[in-house]
Design a protein around this ligand. Structure first.
Ligand code: F6P
Length: 485
């Protein structure tokens, strides 16, 4: 296979940190993106452009991977093009534009959004850096005329770099497609236009040949943004946007999980809970979009309204530390821990703690045991692009089938209809849904879980990646079309 793929994402498939002796160490990541793309990059000897974390600086050598079981283990240092953020850039680009401006906006929480022109300036600067780095990688492709040359850009950190890159490859007369996948929701045009740089971001994205989202709703939202904000010509039926003399393909391609991998981990994982109570599980990055405080209060109402369930259940919440330099995230941690303390104090007894809380990363092979042994999973985000935890829980339900309680405001909620869908913003409904899940008989649990498992097994991570490349294959035929008419 020839060198023809560059993956571009804010994070590289590993993080570099310093060990106790001050030596850089590489910790390979294991998220969906890495699992899907690292094997491709390895196979075609492609490149990955991204950031290795704030402890990795320009004067350091990239440490080799020491963990042969990791998926990204065999990516060679020569295939990695690291991007470095100075402290100012880290604050203004990552904490600022990405996490304080764009994150709440794309999750339709505009009152949390802070816009500052210094954030935007650093967003432009970083996107230029990424475009230049990706261009350097493209120039190393074996055949610069090959129609299979592809740069695949990921996520909201990099929405303006596609047009910057397109201008570079066009000027150099290199044949290279640019595709984009957004791992978050995309909001309605009426929300997106609150962004003072909405035009620039949409135009930046239109440098792509293909733009893909988790769901049809997000894809249509994007198309409507192009219509209302840019005045582009659009075709909602065929999912196309026209910009200048170019037609851009828009697609909904829901991300799946490596189903068999999770199922096998669940078979091998040790027993995590040594208590007699029914386990109700929540697993989330500690993020205000995940609705963890609403969930804790819904659980509190459940204990209040159904006293017969007290001492029979334990709510186990795993919160993975995230974006700890951003004020909203720090405040959320404080508030959540106060709420958990209050609820535990209110209902706890000498023998029973109603909530167990872990603020840490749990390795995936251990987490698989948590998923397997939890009778109820509470995935009640107020907004979430997809939510892979819902899918991972389902894949790990290999024994007595549990119940998935799911928010319809997640991408997963658009397809996982056999879950108990509940609006997480209303405590009474949440409490009653937990009770329904608790009371659900084996036969119904089995029927629902079987249906969920069949779908996730079929539409897994490989299916997602293959359908992305099928959509890439459409680009040439669409390019031949002069106009939508
Ligand atoms: O879901 C969007 C996303 O940016 C993912 O790509 C990423 O894994 C996650 O959020 C965590 O965010 P961060 O990279 O800021 O830690």
């Amino acid at each position: 296979m020839s060198r023809s793929l560059v993956v571009v994402s804010n994070r590289l498939p590993f993080v570099v940190s310093l060990d106790e002796a001050g030596e850089p160490v590489r910790t390979n990541s294991a998220g969906g993106l890495v699992t899907a793309l690292a094997p491709l990059v390895i196979k075609c000897k492609g490149f990955w452009v991204g950031w290795a974390g704030k402890e990795f600086t320009k004067d350091m050598q990239l440490p080799p991977s020491k963990d042969p079981t990791a998926i990204a283990h065999s990516i060679e240092p020569s295939q990695i093009i690291p991007i470095f953020y100075t402290d100012e850039i880290y604050k203004a680009f990552y904490n600022g534009m990405c996490n304080a401006s764009l994150w709440p906006l794309i999750h339709s929480l505009p009152t949390l959004t802070i816009f500052k022109s210094e954030y935007w300036n650093s967003y432009l600067e970083v996107n230029e850096q990424y475009a230049a780095a990706a261009f350097e990688a493209v120039k190393q492709f074996e055949d610069l005329n090959d129609r299979n040359n592809l740069v695949w850009v990921h996520d909201y950190h990099l929405m303006v770099m596609p047009m910057m890159l397109k201008n570079m490859v066009d000027e150099a007369n290199i044949n290279c497609k640019i595709a984009f996948f957004l791992h978050t929701p995309f909001p309605s045009w009426d929300i997106f236009r609150l962004n003072p740089w909405a035009n620039e971001m949409l135009l930046g994205l239109l440098g792509c040949d293909l733009i893909a989202f988790h769901t049809n709703t997000y894809a249509i939202n994007f198309i409507e943004c192009c219509y209302h904000i840019l005045g582009s010509r659009i075709d909602k039926q065929e999912m196309l946007v026209e910009y200048g003399n170019k037609t851009i393909i828009v697609r909904a391609l829901p991300l799946g999980i490596p189903y068999n991998w999770f199922e096998n981990m669940a078979k091998a994982s040790p027993k995590p809970f040594h208590c007699k109570e029914t386990i109700i599980l929540g697993v989330d990055r500690l993020d205000y979009t995940k609705g963890i405080i609403h969930r804790a209060r819904g659980y509190e109402r459940f204990l209040e309204k159904y006293p017969e369930c007290r001492e029979k259940v334990v709510f186990f919440q795993v919160a993975v530390p995230s974006r700890t330099d951003v004020d909203d995230y720090r405040n959320l941690k404080d508030e959540l821990e106060r709420e958990i303390g209050r609820i535990s104090g209110r209902f706890g007894t000498a023998e029973w703690t109603p909530i167990k809380y872990i603020y840490n990363n749990i390795p995936q092979h251990e987490l698989a045991g948590y998923y397997r042994d939890a009778r109820i999973a509470l995935i009640t985000a107020v907004r979430d692009g997809m939510n892979l935890v819902a899918k991972e829980y389902v894949a790990c339900q290999i024994a007595d089938p549990g119940v998935l309680v799911l928010s319809p405001f997640t991408g997963a909620g658009e397809t996982m209809h056999e879950a108990l869908l509940v609006n997480p913003l209303e405590q009474e409904m949440l409490a009653d849904t937990i009770k329904n899940a608790y009371d659900m008989k084996y036969h119904e649990r089995k029927l629902r879980m079987n249906a969920l498992q069949t779908r996730e097994k079929l539409f897994n991570l490989d299916t997602w990646r293959d359908s992305f490349f099928d959509a890439v294959d459409l680009i040439d035929s669409v390019k031949k079309m002069q106009s939508l008419n």
